[in-house]
Design a protein around this ligand. Structure first.
Ligand SMILES: CC/C=C\C/C=C\C/C=C\C=C\CC(=O)SCCNC(=O)CCNC(=O)[C@H](O)C(C)(C)COP(=O)(O)OP(=O)(O)OC[C@H]1O[C@@H](n2cnc3c(N)ncnc32)[C@H](O)[C@@H]1OP(=O)(O)O
Length: 259
């Protein structure tokens, strides 16, 4: 587990993919595009990414690795948000998928947040559509029945931070050059109330949340099923609390209760 986490936080995701790949033996990875079609990779390893959201599904663990892939900065444009929404829907409906890891294929950048060009010189209809797409993503990610982790392997300002906050758990690469937060507040732009709820949840995690993540990571270790069973049995109550915590419905009431 420690080795997998270390690879995640060092941003060495190809290495993680290698781990997943070995676990899946000769089956290779499933590549799923936004139209929902899947392509079996005949062998382990990466092919050149061409999709804006690359999905590598490990069949053995049911964990999907999602990599945002719009250089130079993975800005959240309408097409990217739309593709991500479609991919999340497909994974949600895939009965073999149990969890997802959201990360970036672009070196040093997780996501630069909303695409600034989608927010200027456009007709009002575009702004409506764009904002609807933004809200749809946080609802889909936060409301996902899948366990989801953000592996933040680069800078993640503004909307990038939102993506991370929507996940059940975040692991960020320990690099002083990587920034995360709401830089738009410097311009006087106030985040909506639901952003505050997301932030609050991150700052007040129950102690057992880490256990939830441990259990997730243990799932990757299909070579040690007995260890996984022991842990999940021993801490079944704590795990249930953690799962209900990260999957709690968003409303002011639950926010107040946890306050
Ligand atoms: C308006 C919403 C109101 C309320 C809602 C509030 C909360 C809801 C939740 C989230 C809402 C978030 C709002 C936003 O996300 S607004 C977007 C804010 N994002 C930023 O300000 C990021 C700005 N970018 C950076 O800080 C840096 O680019 C970087 C740290 C991500 C990367 O730095 P680099 O030095 O590696 O790269 P650069 O040379 O700066 O950039 C390369 C290239 O990319 C273009 N670019 C950067 N960011 C964006 C972007 N967000 N949209 C479009 N394009 C972007 C940049 O211009 C460069 O392009 P050129 O090479 O010059 O062509």
């Amino acid at each position: 587990m420690a080795a997998v986490l270390r690879k995640l936080i060092q941003g060495r995701l190809p290495a993680l993919a290698g781990v997943l790949c070995r676990r899946s033996g000769n089956e290779g990875h499933l590549f799923l595009n936004s139209s929902g079609s899947t392509l079996m990779q005949p062998r382990c390893g990466y092919s050149s990414p061409t999709e804006s959201v690359i999905v590598e599904m490990d069949k053995a663990t049911g964990v999907a690795l999602l990599k945002l892939n719009i250089p130079p900065v993975n800005s959240l444009s309408l097409p990217l948000l739309t593709e991500l929404a479609i991919v999340l829907d497909k994974l949600e409906m895939d009965k073999h998928c149990r969890g997802l890891i959201l990360t970036s294929a672009v070196p040093n950048i997780f996501s630069a947040g909303l695409n600034l060009f989608d927010m200027m010189d456009k007709p009002n209809e575009h702004y409506s559509e764009f904002w609807r797409a933004v809200q749809e993503i946080w609802i889909k990610l936060y409301g996902s029945s899948l366990a989801n982790i953000a592996a933040i392997n680069g800078s993640s300002p503004a909307g990038g931070c939102l993506l991370a906050l929507c996940s059940d758990y975040r692991i960020m690469a320990n690099n002083p050059h990587f920034t995360i937060g709401l830089n738009e507040t410097r311009l006087g732009i106030v985040a909506p109330f639901w952003y505050d709820i997301l932030q609050w949840r991150v700052h007040h995690p129950p102690p057992c949340l880490h256990l939830f993540v441990m259990a997730l990571v243990f799932r990757l270790h299909v070579h040690h099923p007995s260890a996984m069973t022991k842990v999940t049995r021993a801490y079944s109550t704590e795990l249930k609390i953690s799962v209900s915590y990260v999957k709690q419905p968003i409303n002011w009431r639950s926010h107040e209760i946890y306050k």
